[in-house]
Design a protein around this ligand. Structure first.
Ligand code: ATP
Ligand code: MG
Length: 293
């Protein structure tokens, strides 16, 4: 039988990015670049977002690919951010399929065909068109109907620093909490908000145990989910701008519930019911990537 410590170790390794996934992501980037490059002048392109920071959950979904367009050659879009998203959609749709390509809030999403049994599968990519602006970028925002400023490099540096201060366990824990959020139907939206909250809430040093760190995270997050959480780079709109009153209530309820399940798992283990404890972690908290054996 596996103990909780080893179960978490295995869970953590199941959430780690695989070589095969990185190869696939790189190929998808090349394919998208070739296609987008037929219609737009691209200055630079790179994989970014939680994928690049190693805070994305598996299986990989919505891998962000940034396309920084040539500001001079594509200047007609500078006053038309939503038109840019639509024109990117028009380029991708005939190749990937009309029904598979959708304009999202700040990107164009492409659902990919995949083999469900493939351990390295990638479910979708997000193509993000961008322009250089000062030392950062501007990207279209469909909700604000304008450009929004962003700097993924600053987010990446901050995540790396947080991870280092937390004994290398910050990124694994962020992935675990994002996995919890997914299995609960995403009460916290967007999932980047979890990362932003975790910068303040997973407070170093790492105590040495995931169980009590999670218990503490769920309790503090339930308290603080109603706050305004700004872009940690100080550039974009508040990361919490989709959390309206209804979502806050639901998220708070789910976070409180998660805390109770953690207590139940701790209690089961104390009572010598190891199998029961693992069942709670899997069935009520993290879903089927959490191992029972
Ligand atoms: N409000 C914001 N202001 C500035 N930059 C933002 C904001 N929201 C997101 N970003 C940047 O855009 C990137 C892509 O956003 P996205 O919503 O895909 O988040 P993500 O971190 O990639 O999470 P997921 O795992 O859900 O894909 C983020 O990683 C972050 O660097
Ligand atoms: Mg993303």
């Amino acid at each position: 039988m596996i103990n909780t410590f080893d179960a978490f170790k295995k869970f953590k390794s199941r959430l780690e990015l695989r070589d095969g996934e990185q190869k696939k992501a790189s190929k998808l980037q090349q394919d998208a670049r070739a296609l987008v490059g037929e219609h737009f002048v691209i200055a630079r392109d790179f994989l970014t977002g939680s994928y690049k920071r190693h805070t994305k959950t598996r299986p990989l979904k919505d891998v962000d690919i940034f396309f920084v367009l040539d500001k001079e050659k594509e200047k007609k879009y500078l006053d038309n951010p939503l038109g840019l998203l639509e024109d990117i959609r028009k380029v991708l749709a005939p190749v990937y399929g009309e029904a598979k390509v959708k304009v999202g809030r700040r990107s164009v999403g492409v659902d990919l065909a995949y083999d469900p049994n493939d351990e390295d599968k990638i479910l979708s990519i997000d193509v993000v068109p961008a322009f250089d602006k000062d030392n950062h970028y501007q990207i279209p925002d469909n909700v604000l109907q304008d450009w929004v400023n962003t700097d993924p490099e600053i987010h990446a540096e901050e995540a790396t620093a947080a991870n280092k201060a937390f004994d290398g366990e910050w990124k694994p824990m962020v992935k675990m909490i994002k996995k919890w959020n997914e299995t609960q139907g995403k009460p916290i939206k967007p999932s980047f908000l979890i990362e932003v909250m975790a910068m303040q809430m997973l407070y170093p040093p790492f105590s040495g145990g995931y169980v009590y760190e999670l218990k503490s995270f769920f309790a503090t997050a339930a308290d603080r989910i109603s706050e305004t959480w700004n872009d940690p780079a100080g550039l974009g709109s508040p990361v919490s701008d989709q959390m309206d009153a209804q979502r806050i209530t639901l998220a708070r309820q789910k976070l409180a519930e998660a805390g109770k399940f953690v207590d139940q798992a701790i209690q089961a283990e104390r009572n010598g019911n190891q199998v029961g404890a693992l069942r709670i972690w899997r069935d009520n908290v993290f879903g089927d990537m959490f191992p029972l054996s």
